[in-house]
Write a protein that binds this ligand. Sequence first.
Ligand code: GDP
Ligand code: MN
Length: 396
Amino acid sequence: MNLHEYQGKEILASFGVRIQRGVVAHNAKEAVDAAKQLTAETGTGWHVIKAQVHAGGRGKGGGVKLAKNLKEVEEIAGNIIGMNLITPQTSAEGKKVHQVLVAEDVYYPGDSETSEFYMSVLLNRGTGRNMIMYSTEGGMDIEEVAESTPHLIFTEEIDPAAGLLPFQARKIAFNLGLSGTAFKEMTKFVASLYKAYVESDSSMFEINPVLKTSDDKIMAVDAKVSIDDNALYRRKQYAEMRDLREENAIEVEAGALGLNYVDLDGNVGCMVNGAGLAMATMDLIKMAGGEPANFLDVGGTADAKRVEEAFRIILKDPEVKAILINIFGGIVRCDRVAQGIVDAYTNMGNIKVPIIVRLQGTNAELAKEIIDNSGLDVQSAVQFQEAADKVKAVLS
Ligand code: GDP
Ligand code: MN
């Protein structure tokens, strides 16, 4: 589950990680009040207005702007709230901005230069350990840094039994070229950041930039935080932070029905049982010259009700030109699935796209008979390749 920057920062701060402070506002007037409040609390003269959407690269898209007085706060917040923010990480239509974070300006001049670093905490699936990835090249696209100057990206792996050791935090501060107060601040920052990651059950933290201020404080200026969905049952206070407006509407609906559905860009809808078979089916569609419109695992109980729910979800996507149903009858019997498909089809009555069904496993022959004798516009296939050929035929 992804969070907004302001929510991520709230979590970080609760674990003692220093953050650029801010207040959320939903309209221009609230933004001005927020700015006044921040000035009273932090003494800041300038403010940054930051669009709160689930996408990075907001700065590049005009979603992060500096305001040097209250009039500018009002103007900028008024412009950003309600806009469709397009960034390198959104679709071409962009994302509607419902709220902004009015934050203290932390790039103020002082005794030393400010510097921006990159830092993320995530799981290295290869080694089964958490790792901290960091770079001196903060504030920019980390993918670009990885491409052009990969030697400037460091990783530090953490033994899950021992946790982050003090020498590791010092090594990170050293590799980032820090000394004196900033060095000490960075070791504290890293330690509290890692603690926050583990104890919040997060699956990813990306802090870009981590800022060294001109008076040698280290703080999170941005925060991309993802909480592990599997932990939400015991992290109720984070589960409540979920903003459904930021998520794909069809995926939210499918999730409520207990279907594992991921919306994709293609034209062939898939209904499959089992994640592995779903992946193989998507490959099959690609090899037949189509593009999968979704990933959909209906799970073990592919009965009529479930098949109908899955049909309805798939057909919400206007791009779908054909549906491929690929079910393996291991625990569930194929004839029952076939009957479910026929019932759902008849019930819905308005399915206009061709449907290809491949049922394999227990009672597969019986299932094929049910489909073939149904009199509906549903084609059956026994072999994987046969199903692919039929998909190809209906697409051309
Ligand atoms: P992103 O573009 O979505 O990654 O949003 P960020 O929160 O990382 O902000 C983008 C950029 O805005 C940062 O890299 C900074 O250069 C700039 N920025 C953020 N906070 C401040 C601030 O307090 N003062 C100034 N002058 N610039 C800031
Ligand atoms: Mn950023």
